[in-house]
Design a protein around this ligand. Structure first.
Ligand code: SF4
Length: 280
């Protein structure tokens, strides 16, 4: 079987930075015994398990952490979480991706100027919840075109997007949002890593018989890659987390297969899968 790996597969710059920062901190004696992460560091069970074995405890709620260091992951958190951590005397290890930080800054700045903030993204995603926490949790969150039916008209609207939003979806929504405000400022904050990865996956899906998308089942950017590939290969797109998930019986029928991977997928998992497929 011929296997082609899409460009920009696997760890993005922000995730790589978060992982490196965490490992650097783990080396330091004073934090080694007491280091927590607010939510799993990345959306990859294998990496999170490895970090847990090295002593990184995962908490969902800042109120459950009483001492030591707390890692803010690449998704970022609300302004309030920083304040609570500071009040508790926690040492903050901030691994917020600079692309996410930029959105938080835009949300705060325009909220202070009197704009309503609209976030195009998934309201349940931690990145979106975090951004909303920089505009007093007053943002309107638009997940899809259906949501537009429920929103009123605004005077001044400032629009940002979740970094891993699909470009097509963003464009469809932004076009319609123009009708919902007297004044609108738009920031396409989909990160370049996401755009490049999605485009590369799309281009590859057009050239191969089947696509394997590697990444956490709960990873938002991986799910987007799956739907992009499914649009081109509706019956031949497979989402797997590890080599064990490969549906080998199905895949054996193909001679040329493409592989792409979400931003939280470590290289060793990608290599293991490519190796397995190449041996078919
Ligand atoms: S996907 Fe983009 S915004 Fe998100 S962590 Fe990676 S580089 Fe940062």
């Amino acid at each position: 079987m011929k296997v082609i790996l899409a460009d920009y597969s696997g760890f993005c710059f922000g995730v790589e930075k978060a992982i490196n920062t965490t490992f650097e901190e783990l080396e330091k004696k004073q934090v080694k015994d007491n280091i927590s992460s607010l939510g799993p560091l990345i959306h990859n069970n294998q990496v999170v398990k490895d970090l847990e074995e090295k002593g990184v405890k995962v908490f969902e709620d800042i109120n459950d952490i009483s001492t030591g260091s707390v890692i803010v992951r690449s998704h970022g958190v609300s302004e309030e979480i920083y304040e609570i951590a500071k009040d508790k005397g926690l040492n903050i290890i901030d691994a917020t991706c600079p692309f996410v930080r930029r959105i938080q800054n835009i949300a705060k700045k325009y909220h202070d100027k009197g704009y309503t903030i609209a976030i195009i993204g998934n309201p349940k995603h931690p990145e979106v919840i975090g951004i909303n926490g920089w505009c007093n949790n007053e943002a309107i969150i638009i997940k899809d075109e259906e949501n537009l039916k429920q929103i009123p008209k605004f005077d001044k609207l400032c629009v940002v997007a979740q970094t891993t939003m699909s470009v097509d979806q963003y464009e469809k929504i932004i076009e319609q949002l123009e009708n919902y405000a007297n004044e609108i400022v738009k920031f396409n904050t989909i990160c370049s890593a996401t755009k490049e990865r999605q485009l590369a996956a799309k281009n590859l899906a057009e050239k191969v018989e089947a696509m394997i998308v590697i990444g956490g089942y709960h990873s938002s950017n991986t799910q987007k890659l799956v739907s992009i590939c499914e649009e081109i290969k509706p019956d031949a797109t497979y989402h797997v987390e590890t080599v064990e998930d490969l549906p080998l019986k199905d895949i054996k029928q193909y001679k040329i297969v493409g592989v792409t991977a979400g931003a939280s997928t470590p290289k060793w998992i990608i290599n293991e899968i490519i190796h397995k497929l190449s041996n078919i």
